[in-house]
Design a protein around this ligand. Structure first.
Ligand code: ABC
Ligand code: CA
Length: 493
């Protein structure tokens, strides 16, 4: 989230109105105004991102937004688009965005941008014509370029596609994505934009709110990886975006809900690992390629999991699940600093979007537990991916998670060359263990998370227990001894 991720940069002049003058100005959680982050600020903090091992960033929506106060504050998040074809001057100018793109590519990293096509936001008016007349900056200036206003019924597909999001205080005017002029303008724009700025991927906002056939030619025109936001637990709906070739991929909301149930569900519901196994098994059947799905434990709309009274070891298990299972892991800025924000009813916005440069947000601490855990997991992934073609019949990228043993608390799964053991039992030691036989391994293997060496038992079996003092609730990622040695991660291996 460009406005919130990094403080106003000393390398760029700060905009004035309503923006704190420097990075020390208070911008506490819940602020619905500009905090002043820009593309230059992101450049300043790329070492911090790359230090965790990430090789891509996803920046929030970047086009011209309504720039007056609304019933829900200012458009710091970028989703209240007026004109898709113009850059939002709040985040810098063309040269700044080009500089961000160039700096990423210089580092061998990629740029994904958030695209909002479905709606525009304007000062509300009784009719569409009046809305257009009142708001000279709107790109779409003809009544027929909008769908007639209707309240959205989330249970009805047509309504989801053509009705208006938002509410009476701030309606999100639904663009008529059947209108030929709209279709052509947007296709030309995305092609030119991606080309000019060297964009590598698109995160498509509100993808299910546009008739899905719209996206194939749009993404073809962009010519880059497209990943859609299909918010909800409906597996068939999400999978159709990939199976019917509307776009390459979607953010994996269904498995997110499974992971939430397994690792950090609300305190009123017991944690349930079996639910994750059940949901993700269905996801594997429904999607042609789960390896391309975006996996996540939170985003700018969801409550922060570190705020949900999750045991820290259980949160670590959730992270291991995300990074060692199917898909492309994405991490919402600040989760690496273990910040909270959001409520127990599933609401995140606006408390989940603090400025990261305040002391309550951790101030880019590179020794923070989750920062370091992500670093380790990315190191392991990078090794596995770089050597992926070298193991007969076992690939980390192309073998889907194979669930081996599980109950409501514990899970053992294989993904290509690694064997993972997880639990949601939490930090206190308990009499519990889980084992797998016929692993195909002999001799010893290594838990790459902590560099401890384990002996393989008879029957090629391996077992972990959470009963020893200090061992409560820990995750395990086993690799063959040779693989572990080749990672260079463990001085003792
Ligand atoms: C503002 C204020 C809020 C206020 C709200 C009314 O207005 O900030 O405090 O409550 C942007 C801004 C927001 C802003 C909104 C509206 O615009 O970021 O701050 O909220 O003005 C995307 C983006 C999101 C963005 C928009 C709009 C779209 O990620 O940041 O919001 O450009 C729906 C949409 C989804 C959208 C999301 C916010 O709303 O589908 O595209 N996200 C159900 C529905 C979902 C729905 C979701 C949340 O609720 O199926 O379609 O998402 O409302 C599961 C069920 C699910 C269910 C979930 C909650 O529970 O299986 O179906 O999802 O168990
Ligand atoms: Ca729509």
């Amino acid at each position: 989230m460009t406005d919130r991720f990094a403080p106003p940069s000393s390398t760029a002049p700060a905009l004035t109105s309503g923006i704190p003058e420097d990075g020390t100005a208070p911008c506490p959680a819940g602020t619905q105004n500009w905090c002043g982050g820009t593309y230059r600020s992101i450049v300043d903090k790329l070492d911090y991102i790359q230090g965790m091992g990430f090789d891509a960033i996803w920046i929030s929506a970047f086009v011209e937004n309504i720039d007056t106060m609304t019933a829900y504050g200012a458009a710091y998040h970028g989703y209240w688009v007026e004109d898709t074809t113009q850059l939002n001057p709040r985040f810098g100018d063309k040269a700044d965005l080009l500089a961000l793109s160039a700096e990423l590519h210089k580092r061998g990293m990629f740029l994904m941008v958030d695209i909002v096509v479905n709606h525009v936001v304007a000062n509300p008016a009784p009719t569409v014509q009046e809305m257009i007349d009142l708001n000279p900056d709107l790109l779409w200036r003809k009544v027929e370029q909008y769908h007639p206003r209707c309240p959205m019924d989330y249970g009805n597909t047509t309504s989801v596609e053509v009705c208006w999001m938002g509410d009476d205080k701030l309606p999100l005017a639904d663009v008529n994505t059947e209108n030929v002029e709209v279709i052509q303008t947007l296709q030309t724009w995305i092609h030119d934009f991606v080309t000019e700025f060297g964009v590598d991927g698109l995160r498509i906002d509100a993808a299910k709110h546009v008739r899905p056939e719209y996206w194939q030619p749009f993404c073809a025109s962009a010519g880059v990886f497209c990943i859609g936001e299909v918010y909800g637990s409906d597996i068939a709906e999400a999978a159709s975006f990939q199976s019917l070739n509307y776009m390459d991929s979607v953010l994996n909301f269904p498995t997110y809900y499974g992971a939430a149930a397994a690792f950090f569900n609300r305190p009123d519901a017991p944690l349930n690992m079996s639910n994750l196994v059940d949901i993700h098994s269905q996801v594997q059947k429904a999607f042609p390629d789960v390896g391309l799905l975006g996996s996540f434990l939170g985003n700018h709309d969801l409550p922060r999991y570190h705020g949900l009274q999750v045991d820290p070891r259980t949160a670590w298990n959730a992270l291991v699940w995300q990074f060692m299972s199917d898909g492309i892991p994405t991490v919402f800025y600040g989760d690496e600093q273990e910040i909270g924000g959001g409520d127990l009813q599933g609401r995140g916005d606006p408390y989940n979007r603090p400025a990261l440069w305040t002391s309550e947000s951790g101030n880019y601490d590179v020794t923070k537990g989750t920062y370091v855990n992500i670093q380790r997991l990315n190191q392991v992934r990078k090794f596995l991916i770089a050597t992926d073609g070298q193991r007969d019949g076992k690939t980390f990228l192309h073998n889907n998670v194979d669930f081996l043993e599980w109950n409501d608390n514990d899970l053992a799964f294989r993904k290509g060359p690694v064997l993972v053991f997880l639990t949601n039992r939490g930090s206190p030691s308990v009499q519990a263990s889980i084992g797998v036989s016929s692993t195909g391994w002999k001799g010893s293997v290594v838990n790459i998370l902590e560099c401890n060496v384990y002996n393989i038992g008879s029957n090629s079996s391996i077992m972990v227990s959470w009963s020893a003092a200090g061992a409560g609730g820990k995750p395990y990622v086993f690799m063959s001894y040779d693989d572990a040695a080749a990672t260079g991660i463990c001085p003792n291996v």
